[in-house]
Each structure stands twice: as structure tokens, then as C-alpha cells.
Design a protein around this ligand. Structure first.
Ligand SMILES: C[S@@+](CC[C@H](N)C(=O)[O-])C[C@H]1O[C@@H](n2cnc3c(N)ncnc32)[C@H](O)[C@@H]1O
Length: 235
């Protein structure tokens, strides 16, 4: 990797970390407001598709304030570890759910401090797009999953239908940054959101990256008119 590529990765890592540390206090409110509450359904549906149950050992990567892990608990999952590199997001997760204390790890997804073949399931909701090196992230997912373990990725994407895409773009690029900026006090963070989704949509093919990391079976589901994808990869 060239020095300038390396510099870009380091730059992205600190930019993203600063964004989430700074908006953490308003993150949940804005998530529910800007998605009209549908984000709750996206996480629940992804967990259902992943087939998670009381025997699962779940690592929720980029767990943020913990909404996936909290939902997973309702599916009967008892063993849950939450992982994120933002201290402020993890602190809010602790406040929301005292059962996670001691089971939360501050770390980067690209270099996870867990033993090989540890977890039956990994979830990552709206996190992969923010990784500074997605391939490295998937390599570590593969390493820490047990055989037949599943990585479930929930991520935004731009809808394919042209008419709907135009409406969606207007909302996502014009309205959402204004509301997000006013409520969070950080306008650039809510400009980053639509820009990162667009860039991710144009440049990243999750299936190829997952296969590069060694995942064999990959299922892809579309939710809410193709604005959200759920990708499930089995080791
Ligand atoms: C959009 S939030 C999603 C939080 C949560 N999963 C949810 O569904 O609401 C993205 C999270 O990814 C975390 N994150 C981004 N890049 C990361 C990385 N490379 N390693 C660990 N966490 C990361 C951020 O700190 C943030 O909490």
C-alpha cells in the first residue's frame, strides 16, 4: 500500500471516530426521526434472517449505542459482546443496558482482539460503510467466526428505481443534513452520511469483498424499496 493510501485510511479512521464521538448524544433520536422509526424494523428483520437464537454467541461490531445487541437479547441470545471504536457511543450503550457492562470492547473492526473461531454470529448494522478498510474488517470477521458461523451486514444503498431514487436523493441529500445538522449541532456529520452512502454504493461490492475473505455462501436481501440491504455470509 502506498504512503498516500495509508494516509487516507488513517484520515478516514480519525474523521469517522470524531463524527461518532461528537454526535453520540443525539444519535438514537436522529436515527429514529430521520428513518421515521423504520431503523428498528431493519435491525429486527436482519436478526430474524440471520437465524440467531438462544444458543448463539454474538459479536455486534460497530455496535454504537447498542440497538442491534439490545434487539438480539429479545431473540433470547444470552452471550453478546459489543464492539466499537467510539468511547462515547459505548458509554451510551452502557447507560441503556447494564447487562452489557464488561462485555463491551473498544476496538477497531479491522484488528479485533478475539481468538480465532470464537463466535457463532457477527452483526454489523450501518457500520461497514464507515470502516477505514472493509477488506481487513471482513478478514477479521472470518477469523473470529466459528465454522458455519454467520456475518450479517445491514447497510444503506441507493435505490435502483429511477423515480424513487430521485425522491430519495432529494430527502437524503437536501432535507436530512439540515435536520441532522440542527439537532446534532454537527452539520458536516449529516453531510457525511449521504455522501458516504453514495460513495459506498458506487465503489464497494460487499459480495466480492466477503468472498475475498473466504466466505462461501452469501445471501443478499433488499429492504424498504432497496434503500437497505442485508447481506448474510457463512463461513
Ligand atoms: C452508524 S453507527 C451504527 C451503530 C449501530 N450498529 C446501529 O445500528 O445504530 C456506526 C458505528 O460504527 C462505529 N465504527 C465505524 N468505524 C469503525 C471501525 N473501523 N471499528 C469499530 N467501530 C467503527 C462508529 O463508532 C459508530 O458507532
Amino acid at each position: 500500500m502506498s504512503e498516500s493510501d495509508n494516509f487516507k485510511l488513517v484520515e478516514k479512521k480519525s474523521k469517522v471516530k470524531n463524527i461518532f464521538d461528537s454526535i453520540s448524544g443525539r444519535y438514537d433520536l436522529l436515527n429514529h426521526l430521520l428513518s421515521f422509526g423504520i431503523d428498528i424494523y431493519w435491525r429486527r428483520k436482519a436478526l430474524k434472517l440471520s437465524g440467531i437464537n438462544k444458543n448463539s454467541f454474538l459479536l455486534d461490531v460497530a455496535c454504537g449505542t447498542g440497538d442491534v445487541a439490545i434487539e438480539a437479547k429479545k431473540f433470547g441470545v444470552e452471550k453478546i459482546v459489543g464492539a466499537d471504536f467510539s468511547h462515547n457511543m459505548l458509554r451510551l450503550f452502557h447507560k441503556k443496558s447494564n447487562w452489557i457492562i464488561g462485555n463491551n470492547v473498544q476496538m477497531v473492526a479491522e484488528q479485533m482482539p478475539f481468538k480465532d473461531n470464537s463466535f457463532t454470529n457477527i452483526t454489523v448494522a450501518f457500520g461497514v460503510r464507515n470502516f477505514y478498510n472493509i477488506q481487513e474488517g471482513f478478514n477479521s470477521f472470518y477469523r473470529v467466526l466459528k465454522a458455519q458461523g454467520k456475518a450479517t451486514i445491514v447497510e444503506f444503498q441507493m435505490p435502483k428505481n429511477k423515480f424513487f431514487a430521485a425522491l430519495y436523493k432529494f430527502y437524503f441529500k437536501k432535507i436530512l443534513p439540515i435536520i441532522g445538522g440542527i439537532i446534532s449541532g454537527n452539520k458536516s456529520a449529516y453531510n457525511y452520511l449521504p455522501n458516504s452512502v453514495e460513495e459506498f454504493d458506487e465503489k464497494v461490492n460487499l459480495e466480492i469483498l466477503l468472498r475475498n475473505s473466504g466466505f462461501k455462501r452469501i445471501d443478499i436481501y433488499q429492504l424498504s424499496f432497496g434503500t437497505v440491504q442485508v447481506v448474510i455470509a457463512e463461513k
